[in-house]
Design a protein around this ligand. Structure first.
Ligand code: ADP
Length: 784
């Protein structure tokens, strides 16, 4: 009765593998040996597992051993098979194998060498095993986790019977595969147990097939088969005759894990009735040979192209190389059909695309499909390498940058070019006071603060306060003075250059210089306060005085000022605390002897927060200001070398104690002649400069200045006069520009007019000629 399809065999009467077969071998092997005797009537075939195990029924233990030495039972084979399928996928897999290995049922053979699979007989019926991830290719292995109890026991049975062959068919894509994926897990065995093979439970399928092989967890190496085939519509009709290579009980319990080896294509012809799990009648399709095909050149071209593409892929993907080597050792690639299968099987294409290759019986079709998949794989490999390159480049760039920066830092530190931030800061402060004549008290404070700073945490607020304080302390012009000018003539010249008259003030400054020259030092004395109506030159002369004395000039107005902190500074404990105006002045001018003009001292305010005029007392008192203590700095600063000049409109509102410390110089208003002189010599030239006119453009006559002063600017000062003169000059500028524009326009008009005239003359000539012609015509008509 050869050949005997597995489905024809009688169901195994004993509970397969529940009890280790060795223990009760005598009782268990009897029915098996009966069957074996039956099978042994068939012609022997080399390599067919059943026959290798055949022994006389009287020695059942030998039969068991015979099975154990079968190629599918060998441990080494198992390992090779696994690698063949999931080459390069890491150690997790090997761990899994080790776990399973202890549990093995198939009996561990000692052989570790790769055993070539022999050609199985053409069974007319096979049990249909649905696979989901990707179709099985000839010469490749697929690990399955079978949790359907019926199917599992049938597989064990087949293996036991010595016909370890099934039909592996790819499941068609199902919409609820996703749901199954979620529910797949430990409960998978239970669910499957509730389903019978022919119940049509197609929903109980396996993990969803994805294009990348679905490496999402421990069980992903196994294609999950949780139910047998319920109906033919669930699976593709072309599949693979697969040999069951290895059976182990699932370590998770419930079901078995098997490795299938693909042999040849089979096509379903129909269902075998009453089979559970479903067995199908199949026709076996042998691979077409090149001889069958007329167009051998084309096949050769395909083969070459496929090989070329594989070589290209190898350049990008070394993992591919490993896989290929393994395949080459098992499959003869000189056969174009095999080559197409091998190359398609290597790709990570989608299951449906691979199934197309399985279903392609025509050699040309199969090769073109395989080539297409390979080309796609090549593109993916290129893309993958590009992505990899970019990521690596980015990582290495950042890494390189970091390394270089670190190196730079250490080199600089080594050379003493750069200290840590804090050290650099301290160094900066030390540099700032270098060469300055810092008084001992200030020096002590600076040292203390620097010591404090070095102990503070950089991120703390205290650090910032200390840093700011040190910044102020070290940036003050300790012991720095601008070189005084004791040259009376030069001072006189500078003063006269900027201001007319104001003899009292000028004389006072000259006196100051003269005394300074005689004493060899700057004289101490009363503070000068210029009192006079607005616009008489009180403020503007301050700058001239500074120039005449060759000192820096700083001006600030105290009009409306009511906060003492503006003069004496805030305490450092306040947020945003700053020193007062006088310390700011020293920092700004970077000299300890500037001319400081305190403007509008008669309008100083009085507020709730103390009296600024009283604060000014300390500043302006020559006997006190040598050790002026600002609230912020908290150390005495010498202001005695500063020349203070105050301005006021009236003296009445100046607080008594303050007025007491001042020497008033009164500037009365100017009379007509003075104003004319000021206008002619100072205001008009200034206005000329400001408006961009030249002296030829405008002449301001004395009589007009006089009438301007008499009728328009009758105030004491000259500010209004200055405004009027400026206005006159601006108007003159406008007139000048307008006249230029008109002149341009006129020129254009003249040119236009000339052009028109020319055109008019031409027209007149034409008219004349036309008139002549008309006359001639008229005369002619009359004659006629
Ligand atoms: P005050 O401060 O007294 O109100 P300013 O000093 O601001 O007056 O003077 C107003 C303008 O008048 C300034 O542009 C200044 O150049 C000019 N000025 C005042 N007096 C004279 C003068 N004697 N010589 C030249 N220009 C003067």
């Amino acid at each position: 009765a050869y050949p005997i399809g597995p489905s024809r065999l009688a169901p195994c009467p004993w509970p397969a593998f529940r009890v280790p077969p060795y223990k009760s071998a005598k009782t268990m092997m009897k029915p098996r040996c009966q069957w074996l005797r039956l099978a042994s009537a068939a012609p022997r075939r080399r390599g067919y597992g059943v026959y290798r195990g055949v022994v006389p029924a009287s020695t059942p233990m030998q039969a068991v051993r015979g099975l154990r030495t079968n190629p599918w039972g060998s441990r080494g084979f198992w390992r090779m098979g696994i690698r063949g399928i999931s080459s390069g996928r890491g150690s997790a897999f090997s761990n899994g194998i080790d776990g399973i290995d202890d549990n093995r049922l198939g009996g561990g053979g000692d052989s570790t060498q790769l055993v070539r699979q022999n050609e199985p007989p053409s069974f007319p019926h096979v049990v249909a095993v649905p696979i989901s991830r990707r179709p099985l290719f000839p010469g490749t292995y697929a690990p399955l986790s079978v949790t359907d109890p019926n199917l599992a026991s049938r597989i064990i049975e087949l293996s036991e019977q010595g016909t370890p062959y099934v039909g592996a068919f790819l499941r068609k894509n199902e919409p609820d595969a996703e749901e199954e994926k979620e529910s797949a897990g430990d409960s998978r065995g239970e669910e499957a147990a509730g389903e019978s093979g022919d119940s049509g439970g197609s929903a109980e399928t396996t993990e969803k097939t994805d294009a990348y092989g679905g490496h999402s967890g421990e069980s992903t190496y196994f294609d999950q088969v949780s139910s047998g085939v319920g109906d033919l519509s669930e699976i593709h009709s072309v599949g693979m005759l697969a040999q069951i290579n290895r059976i182990v009980r699932s370590p998770l319990g419930g079901g078995i894990q098997v490795v299938l080896y693909g042999h040849r294509r089979i096509e379903i012809q129909g269902i075998l009735e009453d089979s559970n799990p479903l067995a199908v009648a199949v026709t076996h399709r042998t691979d077409p040979t090149p001889q069958d095909n007329e167009n051998t050149d084309l096949l050769k071209a395909y083969s070459n192209e496929i090989m070329g593409t594989i070589k290209q892929i190898l350049q990008y993907n070394p993992v591919f190389k490993e896989q290929l080597q393994l395949f080459l050792s098992t499959v003869d690639i000189s056969d174009p059909a095999k080559l197409a299968d091998v190359s398609a099987g290597l790709t990570s294409a989608q299951a449906s695309e691979l199934q197309q290759v399985i279903e392609a019986f025509d050699l040309e079709d199969r090769m073109s499909l395989a080539l297409l998949l390979l080309k796609k794989e090549l593109e993916i490999s290129k893309l993958q390498q590009e992505i990899n390159r970019k990521v690596e480049q980015k990582v290495s760039e950042n890494h390189r940058r970091f390394m270089l920066q670190e190196q730079l830092k250490s080199i600089k530190r080594e050379l003493g070019m750069e200290k840590d931030d804090k050290e650099a800061l301290i160094q900066k402060f030390k540099n700032q006071i270098e060469g300055k004549d810092v008084p001992p008290e200030a020096e002590k404070t600076i040292e203390e603060e620097i010591a404090k700073l070095s102990t503070l945490e950089q991120a703390s607020s205290e650090f910032n306060v200390t840093r700011n304080y040190l910044d102020w302390l070290t940036s003050l012009p300790w012991g720095i003075f601008s070189k005084e000018n004791f040259d009376i003539t030069r001072a006189q010249q500078v003063l006269d250059r900027d201001h007319y008259g104001l003899e009292d003030v000028k004389n006072r400054i000259l006196e100051f210089i003269a005394v300074g020259k005689l004493l060899g030092a700057v004289p101490q004395g009363k503070i000068v306060c210029l009192v006079g109506p607005p616009g008489v030159g009180k403020t503007s002369i301050g700058k001239s005085i500074a120039d005449a004395l060759n000192r820096e000039f700083y001006r600030f107005s105290v009009g409306g000022l009511f906060d003492v902190a503006e003069i004496k500074g805030h305490r450092r404990t306040y947020v945003g605390a700053m020193p007062g105006k006088l310390i700011q002045c020293l920092k700004k001018t970077q000299t300890s002897n500037p001319v400081v003009m305190i403007d509008e001292i008669d309008k100083i305010g009085q507020g709730m927060r103390g009296d600024p005029s009283s604060a000014l007392l300390e500043v302006l008192d020559p006997s006190q200001n040598a050790s002026f203590v600002d609230h912020y700095l908290d150390i005495p600063v010498d202001l005695s070398r500063v020349l203070f000049i105050c301005t006021a409109n009236i003296t009445d509102t100046i607080p008594g104690p303050l007025a007491d410390r001042m020497e008033f110089i009164r500037l009365s208003g100017y009379i007509m002649q003075e104003k004319v002189q000021i206008a002619k010599s100072y205001l008009a030239p200034n206005a000329l400069k400001e408006t961009g006119l030249s002296e030829d453009d405008i002449v301001l006559e004395d009589s007009s200045i006089e009438s301007l002063i008499r009728w328009y600017c009758r105030e004491a000062g000259v500010r209004n006069l200055q405004k009027h003169i400026n206005q006159i000059y601006r108007k003159a500028a406008l007139n000048l520009v307008r006249a230029d524009a008109d002149a341009d326009a006129d020129t254009d008009t003249i040119i236009d007019a000339a052009a028109e005239k020319k055109e008019g003359a031409v027209d007149a000539d034409k008219k004349q000629e036309e008139g002549k012609e008309n006359k001639q015509k008229k005369g002619l008509g009359e004659t006629l």
